[in-house]
Write a protein that binds this ligand. Structure first.
Ligand code: SF4
Length: 636
């Protein structure tokens, strides 16, 4: 297929669409390499709009690493809004990359990063616009390998029929390895055709090729087994773990968006993994073990990223940033270094303790003291034990009292509704906590000018977590509990006006639940939803629960069976052949512990409790302290 730029044809459409600038490319630090000098070419997609997709760290990191390789190029593509989609269909303009506006179908690989399952319908749109057959079996050598990554790829079964391959875990090293396999296969004259390449990838054990596995079902609909259907394909596929983050200090040249995006800052990932053991948290479970970036490399990355991008805000990212073993030194070092400059620092941490406020105080030296967020997650002490969120009411009140008395006026509390074993009283406990927070704040400051916002998300049981066996709470119950909680807060004359309340209804969580724990049969629902106009399902203004339920009924998929049904210990789960390193028996025991309110410590500070990851993946916890300090930058 010709790789000529589509821009002349696209340009004619842009005056007719919203935010046309998102499609033009040419951002600071973007890269356009010579097409003919590359032997392996990647199109990288974040399956959402540019404003959400551009800041995505995973895509930015792979984009840079692949473009650094000789004879390799990578360009980016995002989901186009429905207004441009309609015009592209009318004018026959295919899905394009924003870097050189090349047709996506001309690339060797279309790598798609799924942070959430709600991006699946956007993949379908991109494939269809690109002219790539939706079903993997219908693709030819003229089509790219469609490869999924990201957290949702830990159970890609619902989109298995539409993918050629999926990779689990950290992408840096496996993206390079896949590139070399493709390069060799091409250099050898493409032996075995498309299947020959997929077989080479599958045989390594590090790339999952769904069509090389057959799924057999029991008469009652549960899975009997998943087995490879050709020799050389391993029965299990393993996740990838980058062991020394200091060796991978990306992004070195952060992309600076042309259009408005959800985050406009330079983000440095200060560690990967989390072993706090929150039972609802898929990210914490699948990214084990903890691997810290050293304080000196963090300092160098911040200095370099600010210089290369011109961003004035720096975010220190991770699943629980305040847990870095040298975070106090990092915070002080960076705050000293940038004091009095226009560079501000942020730490998106939600840990509930006074130490977190010390860090926030450091980071707010250059900025405003707006709001602090804490995440108790569960409204009652019992609920927090079930989810292994070791925060007591006393901890929370002590922490918010410190925050209010140190000048913070706004505290945000994050909770979930619909957790396993949850009862009405657990959710109403959120109102009690919020009232106590305001009371403590008023007493600490002597002022009524303080606020607390309660923000609630719906819980969705996820694969590779102890709650993977749990029944999801139905949306009627979630909605009723949240209505009652809202009324309780609204009717509170003493504290109600100081408490904000944000929540979403429970229906999107049911669809997310269907896609999270679904198997290959759920693919027909996604296809039917997409054919019926489903797009941008992560956006409330585009999401339609009715469309999903109608599609499920049409193709004969029982949504309740996938969502609100509790699974038994030995049921074969759709993702059991995909190995995140977690020992299944340990996960089951942790689920039983949850039901008995038994808590588990963090293995960073206590002995290993044998979750299975380190021995099976050949990894280890990597934490400091290193004892090093951040020095002020020399002004040149
Ligand atoms: S194997 Fe042990 S040390 Fe490694 S993540 Fe699991 S509990 Fe922690």
């Amino acid at each position: 297929m010709s790789a000529e730029s589509l821009f002349p044809r696209l340009e004619a459409l842009l005056p007719k669409v919203q935010k046309p600038i998102q499609y033009v490319g040419g951002e600071l630090n973007s890269t356009v390499k010579d097409w003919d000098e590359a032997t392996v070419r990647w199109a990288l997609m974040y399956p959402d709009a540019y404003e959400v997709g551009l800041p995505n760290q995973g895509v930015q990191i792979l984009y840079e690493i692949l473009n650094e390789l000789p004879e390799t190029l990578a360009e980016r593509t995002y989901a186009v809004w429905p207004d441009l989609e309609a015009l592209m269909r009318a004018e026959g303009v295919p899905q394009f990359t924003v870097d050189a506006h090349r047709p996506v179908r001309a690339f060797d690989v279309l790598g798609v990063s799924f942070s959430t399952e709600l991006g699946y319908t956007n993949l379908f749109t991109a494939l269809d616009l690109a002219g790539i057959p939706l079903e993997a079996v219908a693709r030819t050598e003229a089509d790219p390998i469609v490869l999924a990554g990201g957290h949702a790829a830990f159970n890609p079964e619902p989109i298995a029929d539409f993918l050629d391959a999926a990779v689990l875990g950290d992408g840096e090293q496996i993206a390079i390895a896949i590139t070399e396999v493709i390069r060799e296969w091409k250099a050898e004259g493409r032996p075995g055709g498309r299947d020959g390449l997929l077989l080479r990838l599958a045989e390594s054990g590090g790339v999952y090729v769904p069509k090389f596995y057959d799924v057999e079902y029991l008469p009652d609909g549960r899975i009997q087994r998943v087995v490879p259907n050709r020799p050389g394909v391993p029965s299990r596929v393993f996740k990838h773990t980058v062991m020394d983050l200091d060796d991978w200090p990306y992004p070195k040249k952060p992309l600076v968006p042309l259009a408005e995006t959800v985050h406009e800052r330079f983000s440095v990932e200060i560690f990967r993994g989390c072993t706090r053991g929150c039972r609802f948290c898929q990210a914490g479970m699948i990214t084990r073990p903890v691997r810290e970036r050293s304080i000196t490399v963090i300092g160098d990355m911040v200095a370099n990223g600010v210089k290369e991008s011109g961003f004035t805000e720096v975010g220190l990212l991770s699943l629980s940033s305040a847990d870095h073993s040298e975070i106090a030194e990092v915070a002080k070092g960076l705050a000293d270094r940038y004091e009095g400059t226009n560079t501000s620092l942020s730490l998106p941490s939600t840990r509930v303790d006074a130490f977190n406020i010390d860090l926030a105080n450091e980071f707010s030296r250059n900025g405003r003291r707006s709001g602090l967020t804490f995440a108790p997650e569960g409204g009652s002490e019992r609920m927090r034990k079930v989810i292994n969120k070791m925060v007591t009411e006393e901890d929370l009140i002590r922490t918010v009292t410190t925050a209010y008395s140190q000048g913070w006026r706004q505290v945000k509390l994050y909770f979930m509704c619909g957790l396993p074993t949850e009862e009405d009283v657990d959710v109403m406990g959120i109102a009690d906590l919020a009232r106590k927070v305001i009371k403590a704040g008023r007493e600490a400051t002597g002022s009524r000018d303080i606020r607390c916002t309660v923000s609630i998300g719906g819980f969705v049981p996820k694969p590779h977590t102890p709650f993977q066996w749990a029944a999801q709470c139905d949306h009627e119950t979630v909605d009723r509990r949240l209505r009652e909680l809202r009324n309780e807060l609204r009717n509170d004359k003493q504290y109600g006006k100081a408490i904000g309340f944000r929540y979403h209804d429970g229906k999107p969580s049911i669809v997310e639940g269907l896609l999270s724990r679904g198997d290959r049969r759920v693919g027909r629902v996604i296809h039917a939803v997409w054919a019926d106009g489903g797009r941008f399902d992560g956006w409330s203004e585009h999401f339609s629960y009715e469309r999903w339920m109608k599609a499920a009924a049409e193709v004969g998929v029982d949504v309740d069976w996938y969502t609100i049904r509790e699974r038994e210990e030995h049921e074969v789960l759709p993702w059991d052949h995909l190995d995140a390193g977690l020992d299944r028996e340990w996960l089951w025991q942790d689920w039983q512990d949850a039901l008995s309110d038994v808590e588990v410590e963090d293995c960073r500070w206590t002995p290993c409790y044998d979750c299975g990851v380190c021995p099976s993946m050949g990894t280890e916890i990597q934490i400091g302290p290193t004892g090093r300090k951040l020095l002020p930058l020399t002004v040149v």
